[in-house]
Design a protein around this ligand. Sequence first.
Ligand code: URA
Length: 207
Amino acid sequence: MNNVYPSSHPLVGAKLSLLRNVKTDSKKFRELIREIAAMLAYEATMDLAVGQIDIQTPLMMTKGITVLERIGLVPILRSGLGMVEGFWELMPGAEVWHIGLYRDEKTLKPVSYYNRLPIEPTVSVCLVLDPMLATGGSAVATVDILKRWGVTKIKFVGILAAPEGIERLHSAHPDVSIHLAAIDECLNEHGYILPGLGDAGDRQFGT
Ligand code: URA
């Protein structure tokens, strides 16, 4: 499938293995989420628009580049929160816009419970952050919200994905690139990714 980018970086793979381990405690789990997020941030931002600038080094004038995009990080509450710090290490000026969604038990559709986006978009590119792309429902709903807001350049960054979630996000929004640490096997009957890492929210927040 095009526009889907699982990382092939050995450090991502090694950190992901630690993250999956049931014996990894919450403190270490949060550190690993932050570190993997920073590495995925590097991979997901390869195509940011840049402009040329003049720089005075101690020795002479030279040319350099500056990133032209205004970046919005959009963590899906609550487990996307832990990825923000890793992204901020590389792009400290990025704005953070939180989106909260829950799944209606009757319709099974995502319902937005937190969205404070201003009327006009303030960023040119949005990076949607959610460690787990499981059914894909929240990711699709978040991208719907961002497109309605007026942002056209959107990327999804997650740690693990089930093929079902990738398929759903890709068919709803083929223009959205999907950046991942790894693609897992399937979902179980409770919507958990297998082999997965368990509940990413509970493991980060110790709940
Ligand atoms: N959300 C999680 O936290 N874990 C899963 O496996 C699926 C969704």
